[in-house]
Design a binder for this molecule. Structure first.
Ligand SMILES: C[S@@+](CC[C@H](N)C(=O)[O-])C[C@H]1O[C@@H](n2cnc3c(N)ncnc32)[C@H](O)[C@@H]1O
Length: 224
């Protein structure tokens, strides 16, 4: 029998509406981005709205200037992070799809944030390798991983090289709808997330905070 600590509250639609009504202070431009994304069949790829201000607050508390995102889609997480960067701050967004990147760029421009955001439209493993090859190792304050799950370990390892000591890697979907906790689920994405969760738990290169928030958010802070 597991101890009965307070567990995440089940989210009925009514409670979730309440959560957003008290928790989300969203600029109109970000709302427009969400509304356009909601029309796409892949709309569930977007981070949960309440994750936006959370990631932004982390970035702001860190005083981060140089940030990285792996998997940008239509730009919601990117918009929140860019919105708290100083004027000389930079967010490098790695995204495979020029179509999604185009939608993101349109909304980032509308929000007055495009000057802080640089897109790398290519497979992210390649974009991260290029950054490493071009002298960016140890220079990023923050990295957010939210692209194809089967490559999460590659993204984690490359981001670990790219962030500075004390820098943060945030990894989305590490609960993956609960599937990593069910040993009978063995599809490639679940196997990749389960393996990475176990690896990070034992990884003494980082300190760890795991949040059962949205679809699971792992925070790994590079120690040295
Ligand atoms: C879950 S979505 C990202 C959601 C985004 N963070 C947001 O807030 O809306 C994952 C994104 O990763 C992109 N992606 C998938 N495979 C990729 C790859 N190999 N390299 C770069 N991006 C990839 C997809 O095109 C998609 O836009």
């Amino acid at each position: 029998m597991l101890p009965s600590f307070v567990r995440p509250t089940p989210m009925t639609d009514r409670l979730y509406e309440y959560v957003l009504s008290i928790g989300l202070r969203e600029p109109d431009t970000f709302r427009a981005l969400r509304e356009e994304t909601a029309q796409l069949p892949e709309c569930e790829w977007q981070i949960a709205p309440e994750q936006g201000p959370f990631l932004a607050m982390l970035v702001q508390l860190m005083g981060a200037k140089k940030c990285l995102e792996v998997g940008t889609f239509t730009g919601y997480s990117a918009a929140w992070v860019a919105s708290v960067l100083p004027t000389d701050g930079q967010l490098v967004c790695c995204e495979l799809s020029a179509v999604y990147a185009g939608i993101a760029q349109k909304h980032l421009t509308a929000a007055g944030l495009s000057n802080k955001v640089e897109f790398r439209i290519a497979p992210a493993a390649q974009s991260l390798a290029d950054l490493l090859a071009n002298g960016h190792a140890g220079t990023f304050d923050y990295a957010f991983i939210d692209a194809d799950k089967s490559s999460y370990n590659v993204y984690y390892e490359r981001c670990l090289e790219l962030v500075r000591p004390g820098g943060l890697i945030a990894i989305d979907n590490t609960l993956w709808d609960g599937k990593p906790a069910d040993p009978s689920v063995t599809d490639m994405d679940t196997l990749a997330i389960r393996a990475l969760n176990e690896k990070i738990h034992g990884d003494d290169r980082v300190s760890l905070s795991f949040l059962p928030f949205a679809d699971g958010l792992t925070l790994a802070r590079k120690i040295k």
